[in-house]
Design a protein around this ligand. Structure first.
Ligand code: PRP
Length: 195
């Protein structure tokens, strides 16, 4: 049976309307920052959580953009990201010397993913690398990292929706919400029960 996922949400943190407005503001800033630059502007989506933000951002930016995708994985459990990053899918272009890359993320937590990816793309020879995140959780930072573009600074709550998941669920919600703690504690209980 299908369930109403919104029943698992304790509170809507960001409405669809708030997100749409902020995405438009970020896009206008990107337009201003890149309109006089030579080279190709590439929006690089870090799968999977960023797909919803990426889709809205690329439509809101007025400048011509190329898009590309990477998938990385951090070792560790579903709720804790750890220090090591593996590249599971690399971007689909060899010569990035003419590319101004903006890495598009749904959220920065420890900062390790974006810190690592920025260095990786700089070493690969990108003309420039900047970062754009919809959500920033500075309280969780483990490495010193500040995004170039950030939508919303949020508290250290378990958020889902607008691309963000818990155990792959809730990504399709059109808003960002705080998950009821009972959801993840009951899932942990179920996982334990299965062992
Ligand atoms: C999330 C998010 C970032 C990363 C941020 O991805 O999309 O890529 O974690 O965490 P960090 O700042 O601590 O590195 P996740 O690994 O959950 O994968 P997903 O996007 O496929 O859900």
């Amino acid at each position: 049976m299908y369930r109403d996922l919104t029943e698992d949400i304790a509170k809507v943190l960001l409405t669809e309307q708030q997100i749409r407005q902020r995405v438009q503001e970020i896009a206008e800033t990107i337009d201003r920052d890149y309109r006089d630059k030579d080279g190709k502007l590439v929006l690089l989506c870090v799968l999977k959580g960023s797909v919803v933000f990426m889709a809205d951002l690329m439509k809101a930016v007025s400048l011509p953009v190329d898009i590309d995708f990477m998938k990385v994985s951090s070792y560790g459990s579903a709720t804790v990201s750890s220090g090591n990053i593996r590249i599971l899918l690399d971007l689909h272009r060899e010569d990035i010397a003419n590319c101004h890359i903006i890495i598009v993320e749904d959220i920065i937590d420890s900062g390790r993913t974006l810190s690592h990816l920025t260095k990786y793309l700089e070493l690969k020879g990108a003309k420039s690398v900047r970062t754009c995140t919809l959500l920033d959780k500075p309280e969780r930072r483990e490495v010193d990292f500040t995004p170039d573009y950030a939508g919303f600074v949020i508290p250290d709550e378990f958020v889902v929706g607008y691309g963000l998941d818990y155990n792959e669920a809730y990504r399709e919600l059109s808003f960002v919400g705080i998950l009821k703690p009972s959801v993840y504690s009951s899932m942990h209980r179920e996982e334990k029960d299965e062992k």
